[in-house]
Design a protein around this ligand. Structure first.
Ligand SMILES: Nc1ncnc2c1ncn2[C@@H]1O[C@H](COP(=O)(O)OP(=O)(O)OP(=O)(O)O)[C@@H](O)[C@H]1O
Length: 969
């Protein structure tokens, strides 16, 4: 409403203004007419003055335009006047012959005459440089103002001339006075005009300029004109006002022209509707219309802008559409990519899983390979070699080690320039670093212990330079605890543990011996009297293992072993050198005999194990030994050198192996080149100054590792085979007696008689064993009916040795054979008992032969001895295979024995045996039917049950051991 009021008040002011402007326009026109008349009158007056009233009788004093034009039409007045101003300007003036009044409108003169005067006048005027006019201007409708202007210019010229004609004549009249707009412009200083202009400039000035405008309009008006003018003005105002009101009302209505979408600006609409009326408006209205036009232009511009915006908007819509489309496409693409990505990730995951699987498989395969490698080694019968690095001891902890790295089975040694600077790697079955515990070291040895119980021969020996830790590994340190016990204690402990576990099915007897080889003499470390008897090493026909003829002590618990070993270690020669304050000056060997009886089948398993702690090789310049120590060192080095020779020839597969060159190699003969399971612990010292010894030790160990053993065989006799063996032994004994009687000699040389137990190479030369001492013992044993078959055969010193458990206890005069441990003796005793009349060889032989042939020759023994194709007797090899299948050995050992029996190509010279074996059934039903041996040939197990247990099985109290032994150190 306020807006409407303001629009209304504006309209009143502008209406009034418009009215005043209109009246002003009228006023200007009248003034213009007045001015023109005035100039005309001035011209007419001057002309009349110049030519006289008579001469200018056709020209009234205040002529109208027509009168002025007609009065001058003949040209006479003009020519006469100009000749007065400029004499001779028109040389000849055609005068009128008659009174012009008679001929109205100059018709009395001919047109030609008039024209000549006019023309002459115009030429003269032009020549004078005065403004001219057209001759036609003198005619009706011509522009009289131009004629007036020319006359006034002539007048001015005349006046200038009369004034003296000084300077340049300049006409002050307005040559273009006929142009009203110019005149209006020239009159811009007029308050009215200013008012309009200001109104145009600023509508706020309307009210103030209005009074000025009215004042200006009325200023020069006569008093009697004012009421009429005001009346007209007011009526105009009212009329315009009503018109504006109507327009306002019209504007209130929605205009069909106005676009609803185009901001609905009413002012714009109003001005648009007024556009057509601009020409009819007052000056104020014209200004308003101009404003409207301007608004219209703005409107157009806006419309164009709107169109542009619309186009831009449309374009943007299109773009948005396109963007949306591309967004959708991108989204779909992204989803596709995402799916693809997930698929790829999944595939990648699968691939990684596959790889991980493959990797774990690869590791499994590696592990498997390692196992297989060991198995192949086992199949090849190689000696296992474990390497152990001694830690720095005492104050050596900061010393640099020669050991560069240790990885599973590989040890790398940094070699100084002297040995070809760089690194040298050695591969063994296992390498134990300086931090390896006694328990860890034993863990990898355990399967071999189990093998002993399963009837295998085992040899574990420690090799290395002096002070490298051999005794530590095999026995332990000086201050022994359960944790730092060495292999010997742990092995025996395990044996008892396993024996205990198996006691429901197998009954084990365990006996130990302990010897040392000191200065090339075999000495009994468990001798009760502390003597240093020289003993021999010989083959035990029971298990085919070279064993010493030393005291055989039955043990039934770990405590027994601890006591006995304490005794043995006391007896062992130990001396201080520059390299080791407790240097072992001898090779020591703890031999463990195990005999297990199957409680149901009666089969007997015999295992034998050497646990050898070698004396250390030493450079005497380093060990700084003299006297006895030097002599010991020389013996030690010589025997180790002999061991090296044996290893070399075994590695080179020489036909001849020099076992007999030393007691040590004799002892280890079956362990190195036989059918035992052998493990060597090679020890090295970490010190830099020992690197030479370390390298040669490791090279030696590598060589040992390459030595191929014969296939390990289980020492198991079934009841039948055992009985057969007993029969054979009896036959041998009978034969020997017979021959002895025949030759009247008590000792017989039966060399080459026993094809089963004694290889030719191992037999001693005739006469070598028949020492007086032995003969005496033999004779004394005869009294107690306790003899050894080998003793009987006379080709070796008596076995078991004189320092048997029976002899260990001087007050116990028991029969060695009565313990039932060793079959040979049991058999002999049995035979003796059965024989009734000792020495009756014929009768005995006849009885044995009868018995033997009745039982076996027709079916078995004949074939067995003759190699015929009759009854298939299970040979030792058959039994080995059977054992392999039934033994509760640890897996590697089972594989060992199984593969050895199955894959003869890896074993030496067993092909023919295995071929036979494969052709035969493993266990013949007939054989099982024939395993029962008549009463006259009781099995050792039965025999043993008849024999009262002796003190050999009792645990030896340390005090008792001490009492019975002397300390040689
Ligand atoms: N693995 C080990 N951990 C701790 N100490 C060790 C280890 N091996 C050896 N020793 C110590 O090193 C020293 C020498 O060891 P040890 O007597 O066993 O050597 P050796 O090879 O038997 O020497 P030798 O040949 O002269 O008899 C001993 O004091 C021993 O306790």
């Amino acid at each position: 409403m306020a807006e409407e009021n303001s629009a209304l008040s504006f309209s009143v002011a502008s209406v009034l203004e418009d009215v005043l402007n209109q009246s002003q326009t009228l006023d200007v026109d009248s003034r213009r007419a007045q001015e023109s008349a005035m100039r005309r009158y001035e011209g007419a007056a001057w002309l009349r003055k110049m030519v006289g009233v008579v001469g200018a009788k056709d020209l009234p004093a205040e002529p109208s335009e027509d009168e002025f034009r007609l009065g001058l039409r003949s040209g006479l007045i003009l020519c006469n006047v100009i000749n007065k101003v400029q004499p001779g300007a028109v040389p000849k003036v055609v005068e009128s012959s008659c009174d012009s009044s008679v001929v109205p409108d100059g018709a009395a003169l001919s047109a030609y005459q008039y024209f000549e005067n006019v023309r002459n006048f115009l030429v003269a005027v032009e020549q004078m440089g005065l403004p001219t006019f057209e001759a036609s201007d003198l005619e009706q409708g011509g522009k009289s103002s131009r004629i007036v202007n020319c006359v006034l210019a002539l007048k001015s010229y005349n006046e200038w001339k009369q004034m003296g004609g000084n300077g340049t004549w300049k006409f002050g009249g307005n040559l273009k006075a006929s142009t009203p707009n110019k005149q209006l412009i020239r009159k811009n200083s007029d308050p009215f005009t200013n008012s309009v202009s200001r109104t145009n400039d600023n509508s706020k000035m309307h009210n103030s300029s209005l009074s000025t405008l009215v004042h200006a309009v009325l200023l020069d008006k006569k008093p009697d004109e004012v009421p009429i003018l005001l009346e007209s003005l007011l009526s105009k105002v009212m009329e315009e006002f009503e018109h504006r009101i109507a327009s306002q009302v019209e504007m209130q209505k929605p205009s069909p022209k106005s676009s609803p979408s185009f901001n609905g600006n009413r002012t714009f609409v109003k001005h648009t509707s007024c556009d057509v009326k601009v020409e009819d408006k007052s000056p104020v209205m014209v200004m308003k219309d101009k404003s409207s036009r301007k608004n219209s232009v703005n409107d157009e511009e806006l419309r164009r802008k709107q169109l542009r915006y619309q186009m831009v908007f449309d374009d943007q819509q299109e773009d948005i559409k396109a963007l949306r489309q591309s967004l959708l496409t991108t989204k779909a693409g992204m989803q596709f990519m995402q799916r693809k990505f997930h698929e790829d990730i999944h595939n990648l995951g699968q691939h990684v899983l596959g790889l991980a699987h493959a990797a774990s498989g690869y590791h499994r395969v590696l592990e498997e390979n390692r196992k297989l490698y060991n198995q192949v080694q086992d199949l090849k019968g190689n000696i296992r070699v474990y390497c152990r690095v001694r830690p720095f001891i005492g104050r050596q902890s900061n010393f640099t080690s020669t050991v560069d790295s240790i990885e599973e089975g590989t040890i790398s040694i940094n070699t100084p320039s002297k040995y070809g600077k760089g690194r040298r790697s050695f591969n063994f079955n296992k390498v134990f670093g300086p931090s390896a515990t006694q328990g860890e070291v034993f863990e990898d040895t355990r399967p071999l212990i189990r093998s002993v119980l399963d009837g295998y021969n085992v040899c574990i020996f420690a090799y290395g330079q002096t002070g490298s830790g051999k005794t530590h590994t095999m026995t332990g340190p000086k201050d022994l605890t359960e944790d730092n016990q060495g292999v010997n204690y742990r092995a025996l402990n395990d044996l008892f543990f396993l024996a205990e576990q198996r006691k429901g099915t197998l009954q084990y007897d365990v006996s130990v011996q302990m010897i040392e080889i000191y200065n090339e003499q075999v000495r009994d470390l468990l001798s009760t009297d502390g003597s240093t008897k020289r003993l021999e090493i010989r083959n035990n026909s029971q298990n085919g293992f070279n064993v010493p003829e030393a005291s055989l002590m039955r043990v039934s618990s770990t405590y027994d072993v601890i006591d006995l070993m304490a005794l043995g270690h006391k007896n062992r020669v130990v001396g201080a050198t520059a390299l080791n304050d407790r240097s072992s000056r001898s090779h020591s060997c703890l031999t463990v005999h195990v005999q297990g009886r199957d409680l149901t089948s009666g089969a007997v398993l015999r295992g034998c194990m050497h646990l050898v702690d070698l004396a250390g090789s030493e450079r005497v310049d380093k060990s700084e030994v003299t006297g006895d120590r030097l002599k010991e060192a020389q013996h030690i080095n010589r025997s180790l050198s002999a061991l090296g020779d044996v290893i070399s020839s075994l590695a080179q597969k020489n036909a001849h192996v020099p076992y007999r060159n030393s007691k040590l190699t004799q002892l280890l003969q079956d362990s190195l080149g036989g059918q035992a399971k052998t493990l060597m612990f090679v020890h090295i010292s970490p010190e830099l100054d020992a690197v030479g010894e370390t390298l040669s030790t490791l090279k030696f160990a590598e060589r040992v590792a390459s030595v191929e053993l014969g296939a390990a065989r289980v020492n198991k006799d079934s009841s039948d085979v055992k009985d057969l063996k007993e029969q054979i032994a009896n036959l041998k004994a009978a034969l020997a007696r017979k021959e002895g009687e025949h030759e009247h000699r008590p000792n017989m040389n039966l060399q080459g008689v026993d094809p089963f137990t004694e290889p030719k190479s191992r037999r001693k030369p005739a006469g070598d064993t028949g020492s007086n001492e032995t003969s005496k013992k033999y004779r004394s044993r005869q009294k107690t009916q306790s003899i050894d078959i080998d003793e009987l055969l006379g080709n070796s010193p008596p076995w078991p040795p004189v320092s048997s458990p029976g002899e260990m206890y001087a007050d116990d005069d028991r029969d060695i054979g009565s313990s039932g441990d060793w079959v040979d003796k049991v058999m002999v005793n049995k035979l003796d008992g059965a024989r009734g009349t000792p020495g009756s060889w014929e009768a005995e032989n006849s009885r044995l032969s009868d018995s033997f042939y009745q039982k076996y020759l027709p079916e078995q023994s004949y074939n067995m001895f003759q190699g015929g194709n009759g009854f298939d007797v299970a040979t030792t090899d058959d039994l080995d295979e059977l054992d392999a299948a039934t033994s509760d050995s640890s897996e590697p050992d089972l594989l060992w024995q199984y593969n050895h029996s199955k894959l003869p190509t890896f074993s030496n010279g067993n092909m023919s045996k295995l071929n036979n074996l494969n052709a035969k059934p493993i266990r013949s039903p007939d054989l099982s039917n024939r395993t029962v041996i008549p009463n006259m040939m009781p099995s050792p197990s039965r025999k043993s049950t008849n024999v009262a247990p002796q003190r050999g099985g009792r645990q030896l109290a340390p005090a008792e051991v001490k009492r019975k032994t002397g300390n040689r150190k």
